[in-house]
Write a new protein. Structure first.
Lengths: 295, 250
């Protein structure tokens, strides 16, 4: 037992480790909460888009030597707003609009970054994360933005749920569905920005989607899902970080693989919905029963 | 006769550059249960959505309680078609019904005793007390329809609009809904529903409004015996076609 505790406490003597652990914990927590709404809305693709969209902002901040988190947040929010506005045009489906904007944003980021010295190394740390190289000021940014996000989610939860459940009815009773969409996009953007340094641009979607998807498999209760998702996100991130220390492997990749492992376990063994625990002969998901639709 | 709660005058609505409704005049008073009848594409759902303030009139006026439809949002009960609702959402019947009052709660979503009473009452009225904790994804089609009705009733509305409430539900649910709508009418609620179920509409409704882009006829069912009116509403030229389209003959 004491050997396990020693192993857990071992890396605590390093400042960089304590900063990394804090950021992994906060990122997992915040992405779990925000990701709950992303998964329930079926907007994982938007999360991917935003992850790419923050890239030019980070590149500009890097070139100018300013705060990366704020740079990424500004670019992500601008792109999210553009997507939300252009997606109002019903001739274009939202996924097409997203596809256009996130590829454009990513291309812009690469062009900007290529103008900076040390292009290759910077690009790699942005794409795959550099959690062990996080500064004190980045930790403060992550903590402040994370706290704001948790507060915003708590305040808007009921309205976001109503808008996801039934947009038509939500509009009919006067809920500001468009502004709720914008708020959610902005929240997704900020959650991604504060998590970028943990797992990088390419893998950040996993922090947002995987814990929430695993939680969805575990429960049919919204409240329970919204507690389980951040717990899985934070727990998986910290475990992944420890594994990277123990085996001296890439932290970002191991965090994502740990979360994926948890998801696979939930997929196999989740009560009622797990592949191996589902009651035999049960009709495949009553919830998927066809519903008659008329024009 | 009392003043109309829902008043529509000379309404035209355009969708995608096409005129979907034209010169529509319609009134709905407290204690009326009116069926909105017409073929697919006649503009029934468009009329409901305009009355809910979801679509802007191209021309004409829509008022609810003397206010514009947009201003009246939040006071009108609405039961949309079932496919509008995300049935795979992890939420119980009681919580789904409570979302009908979300716009009345504060930012933190704290519910008052009045909110809880309205939700409990709505669930009881649709006969779902024993299912209130069940996830909505596990409900049958009829039970799902009752959830949507309860969600609208949780608002305790004076005007209730229903879009195809009888489509795809079993006989017991249809009977329960029919009884409930009649009770609401007797309590003074103004009820307007679109339906393709002419038999139910004829027996249930105090008035039928026949719509095909404009109001073809609007009267008590017993006064709508003229076949020509129905043929015009459904855009048919022979009675046999009408009877066939209604499933009366083959």
């Amino acid at each position: 037992m004491s050997a396990v505790l020693d192993a857990l406490a071992g890396p605590w003597e390093y400042d960089f480790w304590r900063r990394a652990l804090l950021v992994a914990l906060l990122s997992g927590l915040v992405c779990g909460v925000v990701g709950g709404h992303v998964v329930l809305r079926g907007m994982a693709f938007i999360g991917d888009a935003v992850a790419h969209a923050v890239f030019p902002g980070i590149a500009v901040a890097f070139v100018l030597g300013t705060n990366l988190v704020i740079g990424g947040a500004v670019a992500g929010v601008i792109t999210a707003l553009l997507i939300a506005v252009v997606a109002q045009n019903r001739r274009l489906k939202e996924d097409s609009v997203i596809g256009i904007f996130f590829a454009a944003a990513f291309g812009l980021g690469i062009v900007i970054l290529s103008a900076a010295p040390g292009y290759g190394g910077s690009l790699e740390s942005f794409l795959f994360g550099s959690i062990l190289g996080i500064s004190d000021s980045d930790v403060v940014s992550v903590a402040v933005i994370g706290a704001i996000l948790l507060l915003a989610t708590a305040l808007l939860n009921g309205r976001l749920v109503a808008a996801t459940l039934d947009r038509e009815q939500a509009r009919a009773v006067g809920l500001p569905v468009f502004w709720l969409d914008i708020a959610l996009y902005v929240m997704v953007t900020l959650a991604i920005v504060i998590s970028l340094q943990a797992v990088g641009n390419v893998l950040v979607l996993a922090l947002l989607v995987t814990p929430a998807a695993a939680a969805r498999l575990l429960t049919d209760r919204l409240g329970a899902m919204m507690l389980l998702a951040p717990a899985i996100g934070a727990g998986g991130s910290v475990l992944g970080l420890y594994l990277s220390y123990a085996f001296d492997l890439a932290a970002g990749g191991l965090i994502v693989l740990t979360l994926t492992g948890i998801f696979v376990l939930c997929w196999l063994f989740a009560p009622r919905h797990g592949l191996l625990t589902r009651p035999r002969g049960r009709k495949a998901a009553v919830s998927n029963a066809p519903v008659e639709v008329t024009s | 006769m009392n003043e109309p709660i829902l008043h529509i005058r000379d309404l035209a609505v355009h969708l995608g550059g096409r005129e979907v409704l034209s010169s529509v005049d319609f009134s709905l008073r407290a204690g009326e249960l009116v069926g909105l009848i017409g073929p697919n594409g006649a503009g029934k759902t468009t009329l409901l959505r305009t009355a809910l303030g979801l679509l802007p009139p191209h021309r004409g006026v829509v008022t609810v309680h003397g206010r514009t439809a947009k201003q009246a949002q939040g006071s009108v009960g609405y039961v949309p078609q079932r496919h509008e609702f995300a049935w795979d959402f992890p939420i119980s019947v009681a919580k789904a019904v409570a979302t009908g009052r979300t716009h009345l709660t504060g930012l933190l979503g704290r519910r008052t005793a009045q909110d809880r009473a309205a939700v409990d009452d709505a669930i009881t009225r649709v006969g779902m007390d024993d299912l209130r904790s069940r996830p909505v994804g596990e409900l049958s089609g009829g039970q799902r329809q009752r959830v949507l009705v309860a969600r609208a009733l949780a608002l305790r509305p004076r005007v209730l609009l229903l879009d195809e409430p009888f489509t795809g539900i079993d006989a017991p649910t249809q009977e329960l809904l029919s009884r409930l709508l009649t009770e609401l009418r007797d309590e003074g609620v103004a009820v307007l529903m679109t339906t393709h179920d002419l038999a139910a509409a004829t027996t249930l409704c105090s008035r039928l409004c026949l719509l095909n882009r404009t109001v073809v006829a609007d009267d008590e069912p017993s006064r709508l015996a003229d076949t020509d009116i129905w043929l015009r509403t459904f855009g048919l030229d022979r009675a046999e076609q009408l009877l066939r389209s209604l499933g009366v003959t083959r």
